[in-house]
Design a protein around this ligand. Structure first.
Ligand SMILES: Nc1ccn([C@@H]2O[C@H](COP(=O)(O)OP(=O)(O)OP(=O)(O)O)[C@@H](O)[C@H]2O)c(=O)n1
Ligand SMILES: C[C@](O)(CO)[C@H](O)COP(=O)(O)O
Length: 249
């Protein structure tokens, strides 16, 4: 791998509505400490020396707004580009990936909805891909016991079993890939989808698993949580306030 190829590019899917967060602007544009979630997420990636380019997949009707927003915030001189995202997270990632120059060999995929991921996690994921893994996910152990159920929304749900918690991990982003692997599984998923095949997966590593690839886990971080529901935003504000008070973050 030459020096340029060893520098990763990151795709940031940011085209979601944020239904679970409630009414308001698209989630990526909602503010945390007065700064949009997306800007926090891009800054978190830009802090890593492993990342040379960030491609944001913005809401299709908000591309110029997102370009303006990113231009107006200092992003450590990183190359940041914006493309139109798609109707699903998977499609947004595929569109972002298509905008990455062909000589880039390592690609990270990071949710705009994970604004506070520490740089150590970004570095660890990129390093694991550089060391030879084809797909890497950061993850944390679970605090709760988990039950598998027969879904019955709103009603009692029969429990099927209780997986051994010590073998379970809650998976975060950025997820890291050999670019070739990520492009190939997204292409296969598109073909499968067009043929009326399996539904989209919820993360990119899931696509690698679906097509028989090997995914490994590295330690994630509790502050890399996803802002999904209103309470997550409350927690994110508290974490950000603590960081700002302690080190001017
Ligand atoms: N069509 C979509 C849907 C989601 N995402 C992105 O994928 C990430 C993770 O998705 P999630 O947290 O589920 O965001 P939303 O889809 O916006 O949330 P919700 O499901 O509550 O509407 C987010 O950064 C979101 O912007 C995207 O780029 N394109
Ligand atoms: C990619 C992800 O953040 C890993 O935990 C998660 O699967 C995204 O799920 P969402 O329902 O799109 O938020």
């Amino acid at each position: 791998m030459n020096a340029t190829a060893a520098v990763a590019a990151a795709v940031v899917p940011a085209a979601g509505r944020g239904e679970r967060l409630g009414p308001g602007a698209p989630k990526a544009l909602r503010e945390l400490g007065g700064v949009p979630l997306l800007v926090h997420a891009v800054r978190a990636l830009a802090r890593s020396r492993a990342v040379g380019l960030v491609v944001v997949a913005a809401p299709a009707d908000g591309v110029s707004e997102v370009v303006g927003l990113l231009d107006s915030h200092g992003l450590d001189g990183k190359d940041v580009r914006v493309v139109a995202g798609g109707a699903t997270r998977q499609e947004s990632v595929r569109l972002g990936l298509a905008a990455i120059p062909p000589d880039v060999e390592i690609v990270l995929v990071h949710d705009a909805a994970r604004p506070l991921v520490p740089v150590e996690v970004v570095d660890a994921v990129a390093a694991a891909v550089r060391a030879g893994a084809e797909a890497v996910v950061p993850a944390v152990p679970l605090a709760d016991t988990v039950k598998r159920v027969e879904p019955n929304r709103g009603g009692p749900e029969p429990v099927l079993d209780t997986p051994d918690r010590s073998t379970l991990r809650a998976v975060q982003t950025p997820q890291g890939f050999r670019r070739e692997t990520l492009a190939e599984v997204h292409e296969k998923a598109l073909t499968e989808e067009a043929a009326g095949g399996l539904p989209p997966v919820t993360d990119d590593a899931g696509l690698v698993e679906r097509f028989g690839g090997r995914v490994v886990v590295v330690p994630g971080h509790e502050e890399a949580f996803k802002v999904t529901r209103p309470l997550d935003l409350v927690l994110a504000e508290a974490v950000l306030a603590r960081r700002r008070a302690s080190d001017g973050y």
